[in-house]
Design a protein around this ligand. Structure first.
Ligand SMILES: [Zn+2]
Length: 307
């Protein structure tokens, strides 16, 4: 979850808003219709030609509705969404809480097995229950952890047994990144145990075999700083979702960590998520990697094959 809706000079504003207006008339499970030819139609054809896996999606009963997820995904050509029901900031994250959140995800996966890949919420402060939850959710078809939140920092020793289990399973570990760190003052609502880029770099070094995903550089963090800190962490994906994508963000991230370490996500900001990858100066091959191939390769390691 990225929790701030900045109004800023955004790379997404061009392509994102254009997508919004192009798709406004399209309805669920319909291909967008166009009012003629020309550049508008060509742009949507360009958008729809890329296979896409949204590596950062949410589902719950209130805020992140299944039908809304699928509506956007259908319009934008997103074939799969990696959904989670994260433990909310400032909540204790008891085993009962995360089990019921994961149960909701399992329900969504059962309803739409061709669209949703479920990822697991847990709280390492409850070690035994969290390790058991990984087994339970894996048996139910879930893959990977995410979105992990602020209950425990990613480099806290409480995470070690969890990460070690994920290494055995080749599971992706996706965790929230903070809002507003360093370039502007840390957003006051960010809880104190939020994981900073340095924490990701440190745990990635301790466990080079583990597969991390640093969430939403468009969510409000100082993305230049985050990319620089994570430059030498080859096992950390930089995920580019978020609602406030400043101009040049993707281009900078690409230059910093390379095309094999960037992954597409929306975090419920669908137009921005897709739009800014078209605003960025990317080659066709780079877009394919970021939209689909990089995460598909990681999922394959865990035994999940997406075509
Ligand atoms: Zn988040």
């Amino acid at each position: 979850m990225n929790r701030r809706k900045f109004v800023t000079n955004t790379a997404s504003s061009g392509a994102g808003l254009m997508l919004g207006s192009l798709l406004a008339g399209a309805s669920y499970k319909q291909k967008p219709s166009f009012d003629g030819g020309g550049p508008r139609r060509n742009f949507m054809q360009e958008v729809l030609k890329y296979r896409k896996i949204d590596t950062h999606a949410h589902a719950d009963e209130n805020q992140y509705k299944t039908e809304v997820n699928l509506d956007f995904a259908d319009r934008l050509g997103i074939s799969k969404l990696m959904i989670s029901n994260f433990i909310r900031p400032f909540s204790e994250g008891t085993p009962d809480d995360f089990r019921s959140k994961n149960n909701f995800i399992i329900k969504c996966m059962k309803a739409h097995p061709d669209r949703f890949i479920g990822t697991v919420a847990l709280n390492p402060a409850f070690k035994k229950e969290s390790l058991e939850e990984i087994d339970r959710c894996r048996d139910a078809g879930m893959t990977g952890l995410g979105e992990l939140y602020n209950q425990v920092k990613i480099d806290d020793p409480l995470y070690y047994p969890i990460i070690e289990k994920c290494i055995d399973l080749n599971w992706n570990i996706m965790m929230h990144s903070p809002v507003g760190y360093s370039r502007v003052k840390l957003y006051p609502a960010e809880p104190k145990n939020i994981s900073l880029p340095e924490d990701f770099a440190s745990i990635a070094k301790r466990y080079p075999e583990a597969l991390f995903q640093f969430a939403h550089i468009g969510g409000g963090i100082d993305w230049e700083y985050a990319c620089k800190v994570l430059k030498e962490s080859p096992n950390v994906f930089i995920e580019v979702s978020g609602s406030n994508n400043a101009a040049g963000m993707i281009d900078f991230a690409l230059k910093c960590v390379g095309e094999d370490r960037l992954v597409f996500g929306c975090d419920y900001s669908f137009y921005q998520g897709v739009g800014h990858l078209f605003s960025a100066n990317l080659t066709d091959a780079q877009r394919k990697k970021i939209f689909f191939e990089n995460i598909a390769k990681r999922l394959k390691k865990a035994g999940v094959y997406v075509n």
